[in-house]
Ligand binder design. Structure first.
Ligand SMILES: Cc1cc2nc3c(=O)[nH]c(=O)nc-3n(C[C@H](O)[C@H](O)[C@H](O)COP(=O)(O)OP(=O)(O)OC[C@H]3O[C@@H](n4cnc5c(N)ncnc54)[C@H](O)[C@@H]3O)c2cc1C
Length: 346
């Protein structure tokens, strides 16, 4: 079991800034996210879009903001635990928290900050009857190891960035790839779509794409072996697509998930906090960002940044009540410079 001062649940923009605010107060943390990369909604839902209301930045790309937050937090050497959902939180007799992830990692934490946003992101499933029985076998929602697909016939469902990225990534690794999308328009980056179409048009291509809806799955000896896809239009045509492996990228849907079971006071699926320190109904558990509810709460990144500053002082008071709290400026404070590993000059 890993002993840590603080576990941050969620590595969205607010969780990332929480590392920084705790670090300024000399507090170290582990930050856990259910998806394999930090950034929350910014990275998962709108990475390539501009944001115009981050103070000091007339415009900043969503992924660029995430990269800057990670860089800003780096002097405090946070431990990132990604691709694991926090499933279990339990207060011990000692007043500390036992925290467990979906992958079995265990933490003994002095305090918790929940920055879970809209909740953990789950892959949207293929709902065609019978498909669920094959999930985790030859139907998967993420690629854990691309070598698994070498020399195999692969079908990929979806029209967003993940689907197109994996079509291009596995092209040349898989023996052949069939992309199936529900609409003629792709949501992915135009450059990826163009590249996919160019590859598909080659005479010797091992890549093809089809527009249509999945009518049913095809099974052989209890194994998922294909899909029957029906095209749209006045005279729809059906075709059977055979494969060894099926990858589905229908996007991610947020789900409050296990946080709902941690005994915290909730208000319409959001965690109720007080505004002085963003502490929840459980002393030692704080919450910030989109997941919180208090009078006047606005679901904006800059509001979450403010909450991170307030929560950091709350965590410090909870862990070290003997410390006399005072605000120090990063501009002039020698202790802040030491923690930030800077010399205070530009
Ligand atoms: C299209 C779009 C455009 C937007 N534009 C703007 C804008 O211009 N300006 C602005 O201020 N805001 C904007 N927002 C809102 C902004 O993105 C959110 O306010 C912000 O992302 C909230 O940050 P967060 O860190 O609270 O949560 P999130 O970004 O939602 O991150 C939460 C993270 O917690 C993880 N998580 C949840 N539960 C668990 C668990 N049990 N275990 C492990 N991990 C967990 C999730 O996987 C997720 O990565 C926009 C949102 C969208 C969708």
């Amino acid at each position: 079991m890993v002993k840590t001062e603080v576990v941050i649940v969620g590595a969205g923009p607010c969780g990332l800034f929480q590392i920084f605010e705790l670090g300024l107060l000399g507090i170290k943390c582990h930050i856990v996210d259910s998806v394999p990369r930090a950034g929350g909604q910014c990275s998962t839902l709108y990475a390539d879009k501009p944001i115009y209301d981050i103070p000091g930045y007339p415009v900043v790309g969503a992924q660029q903001l995430v990269d800057l937050l990670i860089e800003q937090a780096s002097p405090f050497e946070p431990e990132y635990v990604l691709g694991q959902q926090i499933t279990h939180v339990e207060k011990q007799d000692t007043g500390r928290f036992f925290v467990k992830t979906s992958a079995g990692a265990e933490f003994d934490a002095g305090a918790l900050v929940i920055a879970g946003g809209l909740g953990a992101f789950d892959a949207r499933p293929l709902r065609t009857p019978g498909a669920a029985n094959h999930a985790g076998r030859n139907l998967n929602y993420h690629v854990a190891d691309k070598e698994r697909y070498r020399g195999k016939s692969v079908a990929i469902l979806g029209g967003g960035d993940s689907a197109l990225d994996w079509v291009l990534e596995l092209h040349g690794i898989a023996s052949n790839i069939t992309l199936v999308h529900r609409r003629d328009e792709f949501r992915a980056q135009p450059a990826s779509v163009n590249k996919m179409k160019q590859l598909a048009e080659r005479a010797d291509s091992t890549l093809s794409y089809h527009i249509g809806r999945i009518e049913r799955i095809i099974e052989r000896d209890d194994t998922l072996s294909g899909l029957r896809v029906v095209s749209f239009g006045d005279s729809p045509e059906a075709r059977e697509i055979e494969f060894d492996e099926l990858l589905v990228f229908y996007g991610l849907s947020p789900n409050l998930g296990p946080i709902a079971n941690w005994g915290l006071e909730l208000d319409r699926k959001m965690i109720v906090v007080e505004t002085k320190e963003c502490q929840t109904s459980e002393p030692g558990i704080f919450a910030i960002g989109d997941i919180v509810s208090y009078p006047g709460k606005k679901k904006l990144i800059l509001c979450g940044f403010h909450e991170a500053a307030m929560a950091a002082f709350g965590v410090q008071r909870h862990l070290y009540p003997e410390i006399k709290q005072r605000v120090q400026f990063t501009t002039t404070s020698p202790i802040m410079h030491e923690r930030l590993k800077v010399d205070g000059t530009i």
